[in-house]
Design a protein around this ligand. Structure first.
Ligand code: ATP
Ligand code: MG
Length: 180
């Protein structure tokens, strides 16, 4: 599975439709302070199903919608799509290319789509579950979290490593089985 493209429109500072295509190898996003680098990462977390407005530096979810600028009116809709090359079918989908979309309107209405078909948040979450890319995963580590990881107790840090390695879910199953 490979990340191919990210399309952002009306999300935070990205009023105009912006498409970022990811080439093979490593991609770095650079820019001056306040230019929208963190907003790009937040767009990725959002389309993967992030439900916490606070973790997206807002107070309510509609805060992610472009709120206007000096000579630009606010918008009524935020939309983010992320496209993966899934020719290895790492994601459990028959599609060789998977495109996930999330939309939110100012009246609070929201919508998720997988390859254009409307679906539930739960479907998006389950598509990425155990892939290392889900909304709860450690594949995205924010500025503040780096410190939290380094300052955590050894036992907690071990849990993080187990989760990244994909061992954690087996331990949870084992604990559950032992209790039964
Ligand atoms: P730094 O280098 O300081 O980390 P950055 O490149 O990560 O900066 P961001 O935090 O992604 O920058 O972008 C911040 C900008 O996004 C601010 O100018 C802020 O006003 C703008 N912004 C955030 N939410 C919205 C919104 N809903 N509508 C319009 N602009 C927004
Ligand atoms: Mg930033």
């Amino acid at each position: 599975m490979k990340l191919k493209a990210l399309e952002i429109s009306g999300f935070k500072s990205f009023a105009d439709k912006t498409k970022i295509e990811f080439m093979p190898g490593m991609t770095g996003i650079v820019g001056p302070n306040g230019s929208g680098k963190s907003n790009i990462i937040e767009a990725i977390r959002w389309v993967l199903g992030e439900q916490s407005a606070r973790d997206l530096r807002g107070t309510k979810m509609t805060d992610v919608i472009f709120a206007g600028a000096a000579n630009r009116k606010p918008l009524n809709r935020a939309e983010v799509s992320m496209t993966f090359d899934n020719s290895d079918h790492y994601l459990k989908s028959d599609y060789a290319e998977v495109r996930v979309t999330r939309r939110l309107f100012r009246n609070g209405e929201s919508e998720y789509r997988i390859n254009g078909n409307q679906c539930r948040l739960r479907d998006v979450v389950s598509l990425f579950m155990d892939t290392g890319l889900g909304r709860e995963s450690f594949s995205i580590i924010s500025q503040g979290r780096v410190e939290a990881v380094f300052n955590s107790k050894p036992e907690d840090r071990r849990t993080i490593i187990e989760e990244v390695a994909g061992v954690y879910k087996y331990k949870q199953n084992k604990d559950k089985a032992e209790k039964e």
